[in-house]
Structures are given as structure tokens and as C-alpha cells.
Design a protein around this ligand. Structure first.
Ligand code: CUK
Ligand code: CUA
Ligand code: CA
Length: 647
């Protein structure tokens, strides 16, 4: 195999020699980082700090020259619309952000696992129904993925994981609102998440990352041989769990084929370790491939168990099972990305400078008994550089892999990498582009679908270091926009983002623009319970403003229409449980009202034709003004009324 990593370590590495990065550079000449490199890798954090502390003048020159012709523009003139929606992970903020590309402007936020005072997420009854009782304080959202039909985005839903609290959520694209959150049993920490591409979504698949004992009740704390985790299939239409697969090792990232037959997932802890040395002990971990048809058959014929009180069918997919295939790959692999031609899935090596290319066709042959060695499904294992994490595609046969340690994106050609693996002398590396700095995911426009259009690539960099005005010790991430429409990648823009996007989807506006509602539809299921409650109370939400007392429960119904609430005052008694239900009867696009009660910690959004409700105990007697928080009218400040709480 040609060794393309040599040219990555000469001119650019600042501070390399003075840190353990130098040691890692030397190691890159090997095919993978052996156990002897453990000390070097563990020291990488120190090395990075040393390297990053040096000036970075080189990063702004070199291959990113802005003078060449034919470069796409990120500038979107006033009044013009972006060509793409960006569906952005919010990481530990627990939210999703909707961006516009190429401008990289943030358009809106969709609270999911977090609370959000702006719209009352976590405050309104409608959001609490989605979040559940005693919902956790937040979540760690890594992977947003839009539902698909036949390998094309279909604009119905966005599914997301919560690594912090082992949950999966669904966002409705028509209103950009989270409508379901479920907890995943028999697992701890949901990391990788992907949707079934064909025939449709269908299943949403997710990976349990941490191995724990089951039941996890204090038994077997120090007996890792009893730990395990599972791969989970959720029905995306009902958000009910369809089945789970017990696996060896752990699960990290995952992706689907384009035929609805297989899922592949990376595992970095095949060792079953419980500490850093344990996670890194072996030279190879694996990619596990799940045979969906066989798993469905096993479930149908009752070949499953249930675990620890949950009624979810769990099939045994550990080594030796006919339901799975374990492909040994080097070392602590991370990203798992299927190519848009429907032929390959690529696992990125992380602690190996390689990525492993597997062919779905060969996986077919393996399950048909025509191949014996699991490694026979590997068709290429090209060398990239240090710390390959994730891979994106342009639909023209090229792949783009992020190198965390090298702070680069490698553009490489898949066919040429396959030829090199077969022994031909070809250079599969097309270009290496410096990014700033330490990229995790990258994502290309429409690149995880059959419609990969090869126009834009975003590198989601974990460090921004010196790229923005200093804002304190916590730095923003730097999501860099890269033009991949020509032969060469061109860096176009640095975009600071709040902690911490892991992944994104870049979706052409034709998919979504006409599906997104401009105002709510009356009787939308999102507020169906408020509508049902009003009906029981004999209230017509669109016209009535009334107070209904029901023992110590008080239900306050009112309309809002700029610049007035339907009630100028209402009176309750201290200790009453008060439910305020407001219907915005304005029909004008963008005419949103708010409802904030002074000193009660309550705020909520009521967009045109929406009904929102909130329930609280009137525990503070006195006059409490409630006021509109969205500037809706010249008399917006005057849009306020009184809640009188009798002592
Ligand atoms: S993971 Cu974060 S950089 Cu959660 Cu997809 Cu790879
Ligand atoms: Cu209504 Cu401001
Ligand atoms: Ca490992």
C-alpha cells in the first residue's frame, strides 16, 4: 500500500517537536498504533495543548487560497434565502439548531432535552407531555438524522439521540417541534443513531455505548464480565421499541445500507475494558453488522428474551449468532458512514491512521455463506493520517475523512483506494486541507442520501483556539464551511458555535421549504389535550375568555390578539392549581405572542393559531401582571393584564 501519511507531517505542525505530537507523528508511519503507543496517545491531549499554543499563521495560507476562480460564495444577500437547511446538533446544550447554508446563519433553535424559557419548553403542559414527568435537566444530543424514503430525505421527522440520559427524540419537521421522547431500556447512554434509508424510515436505530450490569441495581459492580449493551430498533412512526440485539463489546456509531437489509456499527471496546488501558488493549476492535431480516424473523418466531422488567424482545447477536457479523477492524474505530452510491460503508480508525471500507455486496455474500472470513467483506483500508473520525461523500466517488489529531480533512477516491488494496500502484489521496482545529464529524450537502450533490462540506471542529475574538476560557467550536464543488476543497468561512455540535445534516431547501408550516393548524395534535380539556369545559378556544373553577383547580381560558389578551384580569386564591390556556387567534404569519407572569418563572410562546397551556400553583398572593414577551405590535408593551391572587 502506498504511504500517504508522510506528507502530512512536514511543514505545518507547529510545536510538534516540543510535544508528544512529535511522537505521534513518528507513529503515523505504522499501519496502526500499537499498545506501545498507548502512552503517546494518552499524552495526545497534552501534545495538542502544546501544539495549539503556537501561532497558526500557516493555517490561513496554503491550500485554502481564496484567490482561485470558481469558488462558491457563502454570502447570501439581504432578502435572499439560503439554498440549504442545516440541521445542527446542539451537543450538551440538548437542543437542535436549524441553520441556513451557505450563509451559516442560525435560523431557529428547537429545544429537545433542554429547557428553554424563550418558548416555554419544559414549562408548558404541551412540552412536559413530551418530556415526561420528572424530566432530566438536559441531554447530550449528538446525532440528528432526517427520515428517508428510498434513500432520499423525505422531510417528515428528525430523530436525535441523548447520550446523557439514554433517550431518543423525534422532531416534527412541519412545525420544527419535538413531539416524542422515549427512554431506551437495557442500555446506558445512547450514542450512534441513524435511520433506515429504504424502503423508508421505518426503523430508527441507536447504539448503547456504555456496558453495564443488568439489572443495574448495585449487583456485579466490579464484575465487568457481566456487563453488556444492546443495539436498538425503534419504530419511527409509533416511537415504540421494536427489538434489541445483545452484542459483544460496546457500540459507538452506526449507519444503514441503502437497501433496508443491514446496519453496521463500530465498537471501540471489544476488550470489555473499564478503563483507558482496557479500552485500548487490542490492536483491532470490530464493526458489527446486523442482518435486519434475520433479526425480524427471530423476533417473530419467539427466539428472544426480555430483560429486567422491560417487555422489549432482545435477540442474542453475540459472536456465533447468525443474526450478526463481526468484522475485525483497527483500532478503536469511531465514525460509520455509508457511501451514497449504496455500495460501501466506511469505519474510521481513530487510533489507527486507516479507514476500513466494507462492501454491502460482500456482506450479502458472507450471510449467504459464500465467504468464510469476516475480513473478506473489506475491500480497502487506505491510510489517511492521524485520528480519522468521520467520513462524508460528494456523490462523485470521493470521500472526505476528518483527522482529529492532524487537524485536516482528507479527500480521497474510493475506487482508487480499492485498487491500492488490491496491490495496484495508485494514489488515492486527492487533497489534504488544514482545518482549525481538531475536527470531529464532517458532513456534505445531501451527502448521506442518494442525492449527494458535492457542493458543500462542513468540518465541525472541536477547537477554535485563536480564530475568534476571545470570549473567556470557554471557546466556541468552529464549524468551517468548505466548498467541494471543484477539484480542490476551498475553505470559505469560520463559524463559531456554542458547545457542542457533533454532527449535522445539510438538506436542500426543496425537501423542506414547502413542508414547513407558516402558522399552526387549529387542532394540531401538539396541543390536542388542551383542546380536549376546553371541550369538556364547554369552551370555544377561538372566542371564549373565561375562568372555570373546579374545587381548588382553576382553569383560565383566554384568547390573544395583538395587542390584547382576552382577559384584562382574573382572580384566583392562594394555593389554587391554576391552568392558563391561551389561544392566539391572530392569523398573520409571524405574529407570535408570549405569556409571562411576573415573579412566577413562567413564560410561553403562542404562535398564530396555536394553543399553549401552563399549570402552576398560585403560591404568591398579590397583584401579578402577566405580559406579552414577543414584540407583536406598536402596543406590545401595553399588552398586559393582571392575575389577582387572594391571600
Ligand atoms: S460522535 Cu462526537 S465527534 Cu457523538 Cu458522532 Cu464523533
Ligand atoms: Cu403580543 Cu407582544
Ligand atoms: Ca479497543
Amino acid at each position: 500500500m502506498s504511504n500517504n501519511t508522510d506528507d502530512t507531517h512536514d511543514s505545518r505542525k507547529t510545536g510538534e517537536g516540543s510535544s508528544s505530537l512529535g511522537a505521534i507523528a513518528a507513529l503515523s508511519r505504522r499501519h496502526m498504533l500499537g499498545t506501545s503507543a498507548l502512552a503517546g496517545i494518552v499524552g495526545a491531549g497534552v501534545g495538542l495543548a502544546g501544539g495549539l499554543a503556537a501561532p497558526h499563521a500557516e493555517h490561513t495560507s496554503g491550500t485554502t487560497g481564496a484567490t482561485s476562480g470558481g469558488v462558491q460564495k457563502d454570502y447570501v444577500a439581504p432578502g435572499q434565502l439560503d439554498e440549504y437547511y442545516g440541521i445542527w446538533s446542539g451537543g450538551q446544550s440538548g437542543e437542535v439548531r436549524i441553520m441556513g447554508l451557505p450563509s451559516m446563519r442560525e435560523l431557529i433553535r428547537v429545544p429537545v432535552f433542554n429547557t428553554d424559557f424563550a418558548i416555554g419548553w419544559g414549562i408548558t403542559n404541551e412540552s412536559k407531555r413530551v418530556l415526561g414527568e420528572n424530566f432530566p435537566k438536559g441531554g447530550d444530543l449528538h446525532h440528528p438524522h432526517m427520515s428517508m424514503t428510498d434513500g432520499h430525505y423525505d422531510g417528515r421527522y428528525i430523530f436525535v439521540n441523548d447520550k446523557a440520559c439514554t433517550r431518543v427524540a423525534r422532531i416534527r419537521c412541519d412545525v420544527m417541534r419535538t413531539d416524542k421522547i422515549i427512554e431506551i431500556p437495557n442500555a446506558q447512554s445512547i450514542h450512534g443513531l441513524r435511520v433506515q434509508r429504504a424502503p423508508r424510515t421505518g426503523y430508527v436505530f441507536c447504539c448503547g455505548e456504555f456496558r453495564v450490569p443488568h439489572p443495574n441495581d448495585g449487583r456485579d459492580l466490579n464484575d465487568p464480565s457481566k456487563y453488556f449493551t444492546v443495539f436498538t430498533a425503534i419504530d419511527g412512526d409509533t416511537m415504540k421499541i421494536a427489538w434489541q440485539v445483545l452484542v459483544d463489546g460496546n457500540l459507538d456509531n452506526t449507519d444503514a445500507d441503502y437497501d433496508g437489509k443491514y446496519m453496521a456499527a463500530t465498537c471501540y471496546n471489544s476488550e470489555g475494558g473499564v478503563d483507558l488501558a482496557g479500552f485500548m488493549r487490542d490492536e483491532r476492535d470490530w464493526v458489527v453488522v446486523f442482518n435486519i431480516k434475520r433479526i425480524e424473523e427471530a423476533v417473530r418466531s419467539g427466539q428472544y428474551k426480555t430483560i429486567a422488567g422491560s417487555d422489549v424482545p432482545v435477540v442474542d447477536g453475540r459472536h456465533g449468532s447468525k443474526l450478526t457479523l463481526y468484522v475485525p477492524v483497527p483500532k478503536n474505530p469511531h465514525g460509520c458512514n455509508a457511501s451514497p452510491d449504496g455500495k460501501y460503508v466506511v469505519a474510521s480508525g481513530k487510533l489507527s491512521p486507516t479507514v476500513t471500507v466494507m462492501a454491502w455486496e460482500k456482506i450479502d455474500q458472507y450471510f449467504a455463506g459464500k465467504l468464510r472470513d469476516p475480513r473478506d467483506v473489506v475491500v480497502a483500508e487506505p491510510e489517511m493520517g492521524l485520528g480519522p473520525l468521520h467520513t462524508a461523500y460528494d456523490g462523485r466517488g470521493n470521500a472526505y475523512t476528518t483527522l482529529f489529531i492532524d487537524s485536516q480533512i482528507v479527500k480521497w477516491n474510493i475506487d482508487d483506494a480499492i485498487k491500492a488494496y488490491q496491490g495496484q500502484k495508485v494514489n488515492y489521496i486527492r487533497q489534504k486541507l488544514d482545518v482549525a482545529y481538531q475536527p470531529g464529524h464532517n458532513h456534505s450537502s445531501m451527502g448521506e442520501t442518494r442525492d449527494a450533490d458535492g457542493k458543500w462540506l462542513v468540518s465541525l471542529n472541536k477547537f477554535s483556539k485563536d480564530r475568534f475574538l476571545p470570549v473567556g476560557p470557554l471557546h466556541p467550536d468552529n464549524d468551517q464551511l468548505i466548498d467541494i464543488s471543484g477539484d480542490e476543497m476551498k475553505l470559505i468561512a469560520d463559524v463559531p458555535v456554542y458547545s457542542e455540535p457533533h454532527d449535522c445534516n445539510i438538506v436542500h431547501r426543496r425537501v423542506l421549504m414547502n413542508k414547513v408550516k407558516r402558522i399552526w393548524t387549529r387542532n394540531d395534535p401538539f396541543f390536542a389535550e388542551a383542546v380536549a380539556m376546553a371541550k369538556k369545559d364547554g369552551i370555544t378556544l377561538e372566542s371564549d375568555s373565561k375562568v372555570i373553577r373546579d374545587g381548588r383547580k382553576v382553569r383560565v381560558y383566554m384568547t390573544s390578539a395583538a395587542p390584547m389578551y382576552g382577559l384584562e384580569e382574573f382572580t384566583v386564591k392562594k394555593g389554587d392549581e391554576v391552568t392558563v390556556t391561551i389561544t392566539n387567534i391572530d392569523q398573520i404569519e409571524d405574529l407570535t405572542h408570549g405569556f409571562c407572569i411576573a415573579n412566577y418563572g413562567i413564560n410561553m410562546e403562542i404562535s398564530p393559531q396555536e394553543t399553549s397551556s401552563v399549570t402552576f400553583i398560585a403560591d404568591k398572593p398579590g397583584v401579578h401582571w402577566f405580559y406579552c414577551t414577543f414584540f407583536c405590535h406598536a402596543l406590545h408593551l401595553e399588552m398586559r393584564s393582571r392575575m389577582l391572587v387572594e391571600a
